[in-house]
Design a binder for this molecule. Structure first.
Ligand code: ADP
Ligand code: F6P
Length: 324
């Protein structure tokens, strides 16, 4: 029989993502429905170590479901990467009578949750990142909002690019993962898509493409470049010099991480928040919530961290065919 859970904590960690507030709301309201108290831990693991811990009631999460960012704040905390930091984190939980924590974040945050669970604090992770780069799940909080924000911005760049018959390089987020680039590349009808997973792209092939397309009468050439490849401005200069076609770089940057979450992000994040609180209150630990094959499921954190995820070769091939 699992020990009785009386109080849980919730924190957001790593890069923020639209929908994190919906997940926090899901955690708080579900736990309260079960008669379990909730404490909000501010600024991720940094706030845990600094004891930035507040009581949460149902009204603490009123009017937040439509807000981007995270009401709890988030941080990257180097101290928590150390054994001493993790032991101190567990001590803080005990001091504040926190029996378990829901951690909303990416792979790095899961490693922190794993460490806490080894120190006897129950932990459940929820996938929160706009990058979609968590292997155990086909959905991560914030990706849907980020791709829709980027898609709308790219449509706008495309309008002006066509009017001026220019080539445009548009850099989207994704330091290590090209999911935003691939989805927007297909959704925006880009001519070329550069992904960190396929770093061996050939600039001369792109230049030849641009020249061929111009001969065919194409009025613009959109290149979606992932942040992990980067160097969009210098690439634009080289392409302009080689093709004689005016080329501009646009770096979308942090605007992709903000904004009101889409319906999909609000819905999935709410369910995942509720699911996490439910299993934490049942006494489960060291698990992460995921969405896989059409269902909400949970995995052991160790198992989840060992999984691998790769860009779909099929989707990449389709993107190439459609950009002809
Ligand atoms: P994300 O959760 O989005 O992947 P990070 O990799 O920056 O973001 O991780 C967020 C935080 O999680 C880090 O600042 C650190 O506090 C904690 N963390 C990351 N990796 C570890 C680790 N190996 N052990 C313990 N804590 C970690
Ligand atoms: O949230 C994910 C992400 O946006 C990555 O695409 C990017 O590499 C990283 O966060 C940048 O975050 P920061 O500049 O806040 O460290």
């Amino acid at each position: 029989m699992a020990e009785q859970i009386k109080t849980i904590g919730v924190l957001t960690s790593g890069g923020d993502a639209p929908g994190m507030n919906a997940a926090i709301r899901g955690v708080v309201r579900t736990a309260l429905c079960k008669g379990v108290a909730v404490k909000g831990i501010k600024r991720g693991y940094a706030g845990l170590l600094a004891e930035e811990i507040v009581d949460m009631d149902r009204s603490s999460v009123s009017d937040i479901i439509d807000q981007g960012g995270t009401i709890l704040g988030t941080a990257r905390c180097m101290e928590f990467m150390t054994e001493e930091g993790q032991a101190k984190g567990a001590e803080m939980c005990k001091k504040h009578n926190i029996d378990g924590i829901v951690v909303i974040g990416g792979d790095g945050s899961y490693r922190g949750a794993l460490a806490l669970s080894k120190h006897g604090i129950n932990t459940i992770g929820i996938p929160g990142t706009i990058d979609l780069d968590i292997a155990c799940t086909d959905y991560t909080i914030g990706f849907d909002t980020a791709i829709n924000t980027a898609m709308e911005a790219i449509d706008k760049v495309r309008d002006t690019s066509s009017s001026h018959e220019r080539c445009s390089i548009i850099e989207v987020m994704g330091r290590n993962a090209g999911y935003i680039a691939l989805w927007c590349g297909i959704a925006n009808g880009a001519e070329d898509i550069l992904l960190p997973e396929k770093y061996d792209y050939n600039e001369q092939t792109i230049i030849n493409n641009i020249i061929q397309n111009r001969k065919k009468g194409k009025r613009h050439h959109i290149i979606i470049n992932a942040e992990g490849i980067g160097h969009s401005t210098s690439m634009a200069r080289r392409i302009e010099a080689a093709t004689g076609i005016e080329t501009r770089a646009t770096i979308l940057g942090y605007m992709q991480r903000g904004g009101s979450p889409t319906c999909k992000d609000r819905f999935y994040a709410s369910i995942m928040g509720s699911y996490a609180a439910e299993i934490l209150c049942e006494g489960k630990t060291n698990r992460v919530v995921a969405h896989s094959k059409g269902e909400f499921v949970d995995y052991d954190i160790d198992e989840a961290l060992a999984m691998q995820k790769e860009i779909s070769e099929y989707e990449y091939k389709v993107s190439k065919m459609l950009s002809m």
